[in-house]
Design a binder for this molecule. Sequence first.
Ligand code: ADP
Ligand code: MG
Length: 201
Amino acid sequence: MSHQSKERTLIILKPDALQRSLMGEIIQRYERIGLKLVGMKLVVPSAEHVEQHYTLDPEWRRITGEKRVKAAKAKGEVLKTEDPYEITAVILDNLKKYMTSGPVVCMVWQGAHVVEIVRKLTGGTEPRSTDVGTIRGDYVLDSYMMADADSRAIRNLVHASGSPEEAEKEIMHWFDQNELVDYRLIGEQILYDVNLDGILE
Ligand code: ADP
Ligand code: MG
């Protein structure tokens, strides 16, 4: 197995993050915890590219539909359907409109436990109910209720891969190999080197 510090994840700053001038604030959170940026670009994705992205994981439609049903039950809401595939057919359509509405910033970040740590910093899908201190909890206030009422996707600023396997597939979907840079970040010595020597003169 390669060293833990080589794990990678895909982060996308969604159109609302750019429109609200939050790029710097958001990137700072991933940067200051000690992660390394190894790829970055500004793109306006096509609807087809977005659909492919969300269906790279064949289980995404079931899981995301079930998550919506669970959130509805917790709030006593009644949904038009509880079929996860019917629910996600609508979500996918709305996601395509959302994600193609303007430029997004795609990034690959690297570091130990990066997938888990980035999800923790990013917060849960629904800004309304996710924790204070997370990006989605601190910078935006959208809810399932508002998204449903207006037939649109939840605006939650960021996409972050859900598992290391999903991350590798997503990275290949958005980046060419030659767009990713292998380099040394001086701060990594303090995070990962076995001995902290060479500090004192
Ligand atoms: P996450 O981005 O937290 O991993 P999912 O993978 O379940 O969440 O869904 C992808 C994106 O689709 C979400 O970030 C959100 O923008 C949108 N979305 C998910 N579920 C819903 C829903 N029930 N209603 C509206 N939009 C949704
Ligand atoms: Mg997801």
